[in-house]
Design a protein around this ligand. Sequence first.
Ligand code: FDA
Length: 391
Amino acid sequence: MQTDVVIIGASAAGLMCAAEAGRRGRRVVVLDHANRAGKKILMSGGGRCNFTNLDVSADNYISDNPHFCKSALSRYTQWDFIALVDRYGIPWHERDHGQLFCNDSARDILDMLLNECRKAGVEIRLNCAIDRIDKTDAGFTIDSSKGMFKAGACVIATGGLSIPRMCASPFGYQVAGQFGHRIVPTRPGLVPFTLQPGDKARFAELAGIAVDSQVSNARITFRENLLFTHRGLSGPAILQMSSYWQPGEAVSINLLPDLDAAAWLKTRQAAQPNSHLKTVLSEWLPKRLISAMLGTESADQPLQSLSHRRFEAIAESLQHWQLRPNGTEGYRTAEVTVGGVDCDELSSKTLESKRVAGLYFVGEVVDVTGWLGGYNFQWAWSSGWAAGQVV
Ligand code: FDA
């Protein structure tokens, strides 16, 4: 089959690119090996799809080239996507940190994209395994389980490695490698930490407890909830930090981010000397967490029996908790892949390869990784849109 554009990957970035190219009158075929389009859209945001954020800038993205994402993000903004969502009458709401979610279901976003594709005459072929891609003088030939496709332009929108059971594959990196592109090493991002055996036993009883916290390493700090789980630590503060974490590194956790804990304990000691440390601190933290952090014996001591030096040590362990994770839960549960196709070999305006004319990479397969909060979808929309203007 001869067509103008073949897009591989029928999800966020691929469908946005397809709808835009189709709207321009290009004949577009989208191929995907999955049995349905947009699986990750459907599972995103707990089923409500955190589809963008009110406050988007390059600072919310990780990339070896931190300027690369600016062009696409500034030409197709969160406001453009919100306007599209509003044209479809999809109800949405804002949560903390400017995150926008569907009121009803992530399906609304997928249906909107599929409808945009339908209006633009885009053909979508699912259950389609790609065997090989070759460059020809006229463009590309794509050999697949649904036959041979010939196209002037080929867009790779196959995402990253996270959640293999949702049809993630290394295909995009392999195509990039085939055409001589460098890959910035990949690792799981937005993923829970697992704990060293000692910490795991110590915190096993705390599964389900969530506390406001400040989590830092040498490069960045996040202030959000931290959640103890049966396997380790999760919650937004940990997920955000995981994208910046290097194996073996310790992270510093402040469980009382609004307090000078040592000074506060001194004032409490003067006011209620007979109260137990755990009871006093329970104004801020769950008692089980206090016992796990300080030891049951310490936690049960009356304030009057504790020296000011001891208060300093308690503050240190609660406000500068040095945690060295054992690792992460990996791609099995990671929301994104950090790293990917090196931005320096792509046009930031069009996402076209600088090595192979007519070849494009959009969405998560590129070395642009967003924070938690709708940033990854916004990159998928913006980069897909940018390529869709020129393919
Ligand atoms: P995406 O991974 O969505 O799509 C790739 C497509 O390519 C898939 O349809 C796949 O089947 C296809 N494909 C892969 N290999 C192929 C091959 N070999 N042959 C043919 N087809 C192939 N982000 C956000 O901003 N807000 C949120 O709420 C969430 N929530 C969230 C929850 C969970 C559980 C996960 C795992 C991820 C999120 N994300 C998110 C991240 C977001 O889902 C992700 O960044 C985007 O879906 C990336 O869009 P892409 O289109 O680039 O890849």
